[in-house]
Design a protein around this ligand. Structure first.
Ligand SMILES: *Cc1c(COP(=O)(O)O)cnc(C)c1O
Length: 235
């Protein structure tokens, strides 16, 4: 059985090799360890082995683990965020990947304003238009950016996030990532105030190679580091 230490080394090595092959600087790609369902002691071990940023998809879990582990890693909220759960993570998440509607922007902004902080967000896009997935349509992204820029001054948008369709062919996955990159470039060229397009969060254990080739700056890796998740035994 491979250890977490080996897994982290192997994934990082793969990321670096793919980046170099694609003519990119490996330092431009953040390995985000996805720790949903992973216990605190195992996360601590991953941190000892070099993981510097972790992603949780449930806000209460992020809060619980943050309270045990603290600031020695950067915490990312990567999963769907209900408006009534913003309070758990507003002052803990370094980056929220799942901003996908105005009501959520409003709630994040209100809470951020009260705390006098600025909150980093990525706008989640549902490129493949799967009904099961959250996120804006590609053609809604520009208007949403303009709205956030005008109305929600305590939100700092740093880029875009997407998930490729499950079980899709490589060509389809590549097409999804390429479309996200294109929108990112287009938005960047508009120079909207408070909107930066420096991060592209795309690619998971099964497709991070394609994502890096297409410009990902954050890859979200769970299974390849921590093994398969067992949802029946763990919460
Ligand atoms: C679980 C999850 C991941 C990681 O998926 P793996 O296939 O285990 O690497 C990435 N992004 C999001 C939003 C997730 O929920």
């Amino acid at each position: 059985m491979s250890s977490i230490s080996d897994n982290i080394k192997n994934v990082r090595k793969e990321i670096d090799e793919i980046a170099i092959k694609a003519g990119r600087n490996p330092d431009d790609i953040t390995l985000l360890g996805v720790t949903k369902t992973v216990d605190i002691d195992v996360i601590e071990e991953a941190i000892e082995q070099g993981i510097t940023e972790v992603g949780e998809n449930k806000p209460q879990e992020l809060k619980r683990k943050y309270e045990a582990i603290g600031d020695k890693v950067k915490w990312h909220q990567i999963g769907t965020l209900q408006t009534n759960k913003v309070k758990y993570i507003i002052d803990k998440a370094y980056l929220i990947h799942s901003l996908d509607r105005e009501s959520l922007a409003e709630e994040i902004n209100n809470r951020a304003e009260k705390l006098d902080i600025s909150v980093n967000c990525l706008v989640q896009v549902n490129v493949s238009k799967e009904e099961s997935k959250h996120g804006l349509d590609l053609n809604e992204v520009e208007n949403f950016m303009r709205t956030c820029s005008e109305k929600y001054g305590n939100i700092k948008i740093l880029g875009l996030m997407t998930m490729a369709p499950l079980n899709a062919k490589k060509d389809e996955i590549r097409d999804v990532f390429r479309k996200l990159k294109k929108v990112s470039t287009d938005i960047s060229n508009l120079n909207i105030k408070n909107i930066e397009m420096r991060e592209l969060s795309m690619g998971m254990s099964g497709d991070f190679d394609i994502a890096i080739e297409e410009g990902a700056t954050i890859v979200r890796i769970g299974t390849s580091i921590f093994g398969n998740r067992n949802y029946e035994n763990k919460k």
